[in-house]
Design a protein around this ligand. Sequence first.
Ligand SMILES: C[S@@+](CC[C@H](N)C(=O)[O-])C[C@H]1O[C@@H](n2cnc3c(N)ncnc32)[C@H](O)[C@@H]1O
Length: 317
Amino acid sequence: MEYKHTPVMLKEVIEYLRPRTGQFFIDCTLGGAGYTIEIAKRVGETGRVLAIDLDEMAIANARHLISRLKLTNIILANENFKNLSKIIKTYFKEENQKDWFSGIVFDLGLSSAQLEDRSRGFSFQLAAPLDMAFGPLTRRRTEEIINNWPEADLEKIIREYGEERFAKNIARAIGERRKKTKIETTDELAEIIEAAVPKKYLNGKIHPATRTFQALRIATNDELNSLREALPAAVNLLASKGRLAIVSFHSLEDRIVKNFFKEEARDCLCPPSFPICQCGHKASLKIITKKVVRPGEEEIKNNPRSRSAKLRVTEKL
Ligand SMILES: C[S@@+](CC[C@H](N)C(=O)[O-])C[C@H]1O[C@@H](n2cnc3c(N)ncnc32)[C@H](O)[C@@H]1O
């Protein structure tokens, strides 16, 4: 299958990361290899880009692109970025493992190719088994969540990860249906959601299943925890003045990134009531993007998927 994905804020990401000849970079979310290839061209033969993705389809597509472009400086890793420290130990010699990378980038969520891949079950518009795993290493499947999780937990993830105001109605409807029969496909689930929400919601700007499907994808892939685990490991791997750039598409992800950057840019994390510092925390980062960076109007027009993207960049002290 052709791998379709338009990289979001590519120009901005490259400008902030400033890749130069001989430098080492990590792209934690290879996807359609948009960022990886641009960085690889700039770091040249003496530089390296380690490109990670859970999805074998992304890895296979990149392998093909790399050979077509005759690039020799990209290392592909079919792994979960939450294991970043372990991945580095596997792919780099010991002396190159710490404080070595000039830049690390994350472009979170899923690619257009994954969304449009009928077999994966990411889209409520394409009838498919409820899977939504980014790759075979993802242990969970959406079908297990839908059929086995307590109704209260379903409601919680639909509300929190989907920011869905009819989470209770939807969770209850799923609970009722699965008492009678197992819910196995995306179209069955979309139909349950449509029937569970008020009629006027059906005429809204987005399909009533959009938010629930997003929530289920995040839960299936444990996306927020993977990000939380990867951030400190990424900072640890950066050289002084090395940059970490993160593109997110969801307010919860952006909050995790923003708070992490803020904490790591401060010397002491003790409550303000403490007269002297007891935590001994030392700042390791400087925030480069004081305000979050958003795609321009032109990009949003050409690639509507970019409209919710937020870019934050930080630099290792
Ligand atoms: C938005 S796409 C990246 C697009 C890429 N920047 C480009 O220019 O084409 C996100 C990719 O991250 C991958 N991904 C998401 N979570 C991951 C994780 N925890 N570990 C590894 N890859 C992950 C997805 O499989 C998907 O291919």
